[in-house]
Design a protein around this ligand. Structure first.
Ligand code: MN
Length: 297
C-alpha cells in the first residue's frame, strides 16, 4: 500500500552553515558533510565557494586528483575556472556555466583558476555539489556535460517576480538539458520582493534549499530563512513553497536541490564514494596503478 501525500512540504530542519577560510584565504561554506549531517541522500556534499575577491596571483584551485563512484556538479556564478580531465575534456567555466561530470569508474581532473583570472585576480563565487551514483552505475564510463550559461533554460512566473534557472529537473514549465542518472532537481531561484513560487517536488524526492543571499520564507509554515542556511524539507507533500515579503530590501537567491534517495550503503574515502570498504581499496589500487588515467592536454 502506498501513502498518497499531497500539499505543501514543511521544514524538517534548518542548518546554519559556518563560513570557513581554507588555504590561501579561500572562503567556503559547507552545509554537508559535517559532524551534524553526513549526507543528504542522494547528495554527498555541497560547497559554497566565496564570494571572495582575489588579488593578482592569489586564486587557488584543486590540481590533479581522482574521483570514482559519483558525480561532481560545478556551478560558477562569478570568476573563471579551467577544468581538465583524463578523458581529454577541458573547458573554461564562468558566470552562470554548469559542468556536470559523471566520474563513474574513475577520472582524474583538475579544477584551477583560468590563467588570465589568476594573473589579474577577481571575484569568485561558485558551488560544487556531489551527487551519488546508484550501485549499478558506480563503474560506468565517465561522462562530461558542459552547459554554457546561455544553454541553461530559464523561466519566470507570470508576474515576473520569480526567475528560475533550470539546471536539472523541471520548473515553471521548463525542462533542463542535463541528463541525470537518477531523477535529480537542481534549480536556482531568484525571488524579488513580493515574489512567491510553489515548486512541484515529487513525494519520493528528498529535498533541501540552500540560501545564497537575501532572506525570505520557506515551507508550508513559512519559516524565515536567510543567507547561509540549509533548509531540509520533510517528505510530507508534493510541492515546496518559497516567498519573499513585499518589504524585503533585496532579492532572495537560493538553490532548490532534490533527488530520489538511493538508500544504499555509503562508504567514502576522500574522492572515492562506493558501497563497500573492499570497493574503496580497489579504487585506491586502481588510482595508484594509473588505471584512472592522467591529464595530458
Ligand atoms: Mn574534483
Amino acid at each position: 500500500m502506498s501513502l498518497i501525500v499531497t500539499g505543501s512540504r514543511s521544514v524538517s530542519r534548518v542548518i546554519n552553515t559556518v563560513q570557513m577560510r581554507e588555504g590561501a584565504g579561500f572562503l567556503v561554506r559547507r552545509p554537508f558533510p559535517t559532524q551534524t549531517l553526513m549526507d543528504f541522500d542522494p547528495f554527498l556534499l555541497l560547497d559554497h565557494l566565496g564570494p571572495v575577491n582575489y588579488g593578482p596571483g592569489q586564486a587557488v584551485g584543486a590540481p590533479d586528483h581522482p574521483h570514482r563512484g559519483f558525480e561532481t556538479v560545478s556551478y560558477i556564478l562569478e570568476g573563471k575556472w579551467q577544468h581538465k580531465d583524463s578523458q581529454g575534456n577541458s573547458g573554461v567555466l564562468s558566470g552562470g556555466d554548469v559542468q556536470w561530470m559523471t566520474a563513474g569508474a574513475g577520472v582524474v581532473h583538475s579544477e584551477m583558476p583560468e590563467d588570465e583570472f589568476f594573473r589579474t585576480g577577481g571575484r569568485l563565487h561558485a558551488f560544487q555539489l556531489w551527487v551519488n551514483l546508484p550501485r549499478v552505475d558506480k563503474m560506468i564510463r565517465p561522462r562530461y556535460q558542459d552547459i554554457p550559461a546561455a544553454g541553461i533554460p530559464e523561466a519566470f512566473t507570470e508576474d515576473n517576480l520569480v526567475k528560475v534557472r533550470v539546471i536539472a529537473g523541471e520548473a515553471l514549465g521548463v525542462k533542463a538539458v542535463v541528463d541525470t542518472r537518477t531523477p535529480i532537481m537542481f534549480l536556482h531561484f531568484t525571488l524579488q520582493p513580493g515574489g512567491k513560487v510553489c515548486q512541484l517536488v515529487p513525494a519520493n524526492y528528498n529535498a533541501f534549499a540552500y540560501v545564497i543571499d537575501g532572506q525570505g520564507q520557506a515551507g508550508s509554515e513559512e519559516r524565515a530563512v536567510k543567507e547561509g542556511q540549509m533548509v531540509a524539507f520533510a517528505q510530507d507533500g508534493e510541492e515546496v513553497l518559497l516567498s519573499v515579503s513585499d518589504e524585503a530590501e533585496a532579492p532572495l537567491n537560493l538553490l532548490l536541490i532534490a533527488g530520489v534517495p538511493l538508500q544504499e550503503p555509503v562508504v567514502r574515502y576522500g574522492p572515492f564514494v562506493m558501497n563497500t570498504e573492499k570497493e574503496i581499496y580497489q579504487a585506491i589500487a586502481d588510482y595508484n596503478a594509473g588505471r584512472m588515467g592522467k591529464i595530458d592536454i
